[in-house]
Ligand binder design. Structure first.
Ligand code: HEM
Length: 351
């Protein structure tokens, strides 16, 4: 079983690899693979192909039902099909099918033990499905990006709510989060239909989610501990910081659909928020998925530091519109992710 899970994880890893290839092309730099299609599918490869596969795999492991594994297989395989000569909607449709199964996984988890956290994650998966269907309908990525953002944020928010329950918060605390995330979901639709006010509402509602997490997440206490809990908390809080940057940009600028500001917003989410969450949770989730421990080691901070520094360089270049510095920052982002993969693999093997 662990081998099958490893194979699925490698599907997600292949999407990350292809997405990074596409990123190099988008940075106007040479890459191992070079096709026009690759440039166009960087978003679906990264968000659904890589992150969607990792999330769905972790949820399938939690549900412990064979059918649930079709979700990460479809999101990963669909991503790889996107770079083949098959029409792009084929790969996207397979990814959408995987997301339908992810929604079904949350429904099954709900049947087993209903909770506000599961409801929020269900909503996140449903929004990812909406975003992918919009891709199939050829809506530009910038216009549907709030749906993808909400998928990532609601998935993490639900998971953090589960952990916050250790501190036994009052029931209205979790109900408040459910209400804010429901408003965020409506704001995704508003941003698509009425971009100017909708994108601002989306930014503000997400900012309230960030405020909730900062106020109630165990990370604000764990930052004062040591070892793995502190490492997780540092990455988590940095990720929330980047999420706040994107929210403020949406709230202040409204819809951001192209140019350097688009690059800033998309990667404050995709790298600053989402990849920080991957770094934060990998030592906890990987052992559950692969039955092999990823022991904590302070060397993991090297990848965190590299990601933060290179992202600051990239964002500064976006603000000042400095093309060369932007390329340096982008390559630095890739190096930071590669550094994490190497350190994590080294720690697993050494163990
Ligand atoms: C590994 C480092 C990465 C680099 C160097 C990179 C590079 C780029 C570049 C150069 C663009 C074009 C920006 C523009 O049109 O203004 C882009 C777009 C985008 N990136 Fe990344 N990216 C990276 C990682 C990620 C990650 C991890 C995600 C999401 C999880 C992501 C999601 C997106 C999305 C959604 C777009 C918009 C695509 C579109 O409009 O078609 N990127 N990226």
């Amino acid at each position: 079983m662990a081998r099958g899970r490893l194979a699925i994880l490698l599907l997600g890893g292949a999407c990350l690899f292809l997405g990074v290839n596409a990123a190099l092309l988008l940075l106007d730099l040479p890459a191992l693979l070079d096709t026009q299609r690759l440039r166009e599918v960087h978003g679906p490869l990264m968000v659904v192909g890589f992150l969607g596969t990792v999330i769905a795999l972790e949820r399938a492991v939690a549900l412990r039902r064979a059918w649930a594994y079709t979700a990460p297989v479809a999101t990963g395989l669909g991503g790889i099909l996107l770079v083949t000569p098959l029409p792009a909607p084929t790969g996207l449709a397979i990814q959408a099918a995987g997301l339908v199964v992810l929604v079904a996984i949350y429904s099954a988890i709900w049947d087993r033990a209903a909770s506000t956290a599961v409801a929020i994650q269900w909503l996140g998966a449903f929004l990812a499905l909406d975003g992918t269907l919009l891709w199939i309908a050829q809506v530009p990525t910038g216009a549907l990006f709030p749906f993808l953002t909400a998928f990532l944020v609601l998935t993490i928010a639900g998971e953090r709510l589960e952990l916050a329950r250790v501190a036994a918060p009052a029931p209205q605390v979790s109900r408040t989060l459910l209400l804010i995330t429901a408003i965020t979901a409506l704001a995704c639709a508003a941003a698509l239909l009425w971009p100017a006010p909708g994108a601002r509402l989306f930014g503000i509602s997400l900012l309230v989610v960030v405020a909730w997490l900062v106020r109630h997440d165990v990370a604000t206490r764990m930052i004062r501990s040591t070892g793995l809990p502190r490492y997780t908390a540092v990455n988590l809080l940095l990720g929330l910081g980047w999420l706040a940057v994107a929210c403020l940009a949406w709230a202040a600028l409204g819809p951001v659909l192209d140019g350097p500001r688009y690059d800033l917003v998309v990667h404050a989410i995709g790298l600053g928020f989402a990849m920080s969450m991957v770094l934060a949770h990998a030592p906890i989730i990987l052992p559950a998925v692969l039955n092999r421990p990823l022991p904590y080691h302070p060397a993991l901070y090297a990848a965190t530091g590299a990601l933060q520094v290179t992202l600051v360089v990239r964002v500064a270049a976006d603000v000042r519109e400095l093309g060369l510095v932007w390329q340096v920052g982008g390559v630095g982002n890739i190096v930071a992710l590669a550094l994490f993969v190497v350190i994590a693999a080294g720690l697993v093997v050494r163990r």
